[in-house]
Design a protein around this ligand. Structure first.
Ligand SMILES: CC(=O)SCCNC(=O)CCNC(=O)[C@H](O)C(C)(C)COP(=O)(O)OP(=O)(O)OC[C@H]1O[C@@H](n2cnc3c(N)ncnc32)[C@H](O)[C@@H]1OP(=O)(O)O
Length: 223
């Protein structure tokens, strides 16, 4: 066989570069997942105090949560989200949701009232993961008990997620929001989340009941 045409050589080179880029991104994700406590560099963010609410934050991998906390997490998820899931084609599948929420890759940011009560009042399920070839912090859930909403705790927790994600060199913080959850949409918009490039666009054949929002890590944006 003769020499390969220059074009296929170029393509091979591009493929090689893409594979190298993806494996470098995967290494960044692995490093983030190997942390013991992603909040440890930010001790001042462990305490939230505003609008008469005091909360203490902790960040743990799913595997190290106790049974009572996991039960509360799933119960709050169900109280907040079941009806919204049932109102669209996702539906509510308890088994599938539990599997997702207890996946080995799941991390949790949890806010509790101060000791001795230590009652959990809010959680975020998040992951350091690859998404369309990019390293991201994916916020799967941000859920607050009704009595602690509109006091700035959600904003504080999302900012902590950004701090954790960006300091671990994730390209963006990304999340999925249901279009028929206007309160959540208003919240993420207020916090400057915009439609991500991977968010599906409605067309004549298909309409989507969700959108994907993100905030980029400015530190990593090309100048
Ligand atoms: C990726 C996902 O998890 S999507 C699902 C999100 N979770 C839910 O829908 C569960 C139920 N809701 C909640 O848990 C909470 O209300 C959250 C997470 C949506 C918001 O957290 P909160 O602590 O209540 O919001 P916070 O007080 O920090 O609000 C920050 C800003 O967001 C906006 N905002 C928050 N809630 C609302 C709302 N209901 N309507 C309009 N704007 C809102 C406001 O601009 C607000 O600032 P302001 O209070 O100074 O006006």
């Amino acid at each position: 066989m003769g020499r390969k045409p220059a074009k296929s050589k170029e393509k091979r080179q591009q493929r090689k570069e893409e594979i190298a880029r993806i494996s470098a991104s995967q290494a960044v994700v692995n490093k983030a997942n190997n942390q013991e406590d992603p909040m440890s560099p930010f001790p001042v963010f462990r305490k939230f105090e505003k609008s008469g609410l005091t909360a203490v934050l902790e960040c743990k991998p799913c595997g190290s949560l106790d049974g009572a906390t996991l039960d509360w997490i799933f119960d709050l998820e169900k109280r907040n989200m079941k009806a919204l899931y049932e109102a669209c084609e996702w539906g509510w599948n308890e088994k599938v949701k539990k599997e997702e929420m207890t996946d080995d890759r799941a991390w949790y940011l949890i806010a509790r009232t101060p000791e001795p009560e230590s009652k959990p009042v809010a959680f975020s399920h998040f992951r350091f993961d690859m998404d369309f070839g990019d390293e991201v912090l994916y916020c799967y859930e941000l859920q607050l008990e009704e009595e602690v909403r509109r006091k700035g705790l959600g904003k504080f927790m999302l900012q902590v997620l950004e701090l954790i994600g960006f300091s671990a060199n994730m390209k963006k913080v990304i999340l999925t929001v249901l279009k028929h959850n206007p309160e959540a949409k208003a919240f993420f918009t207020a916090l400057k989340y915009t439609i991500d490039e991977t968010s599906p666009e409605d067309n004549v054949h298909e309409q989507y009941h969700y959108e994907i929002l993100s905030k980029m890590n400015k530190k990593l944006l090309p100048s």
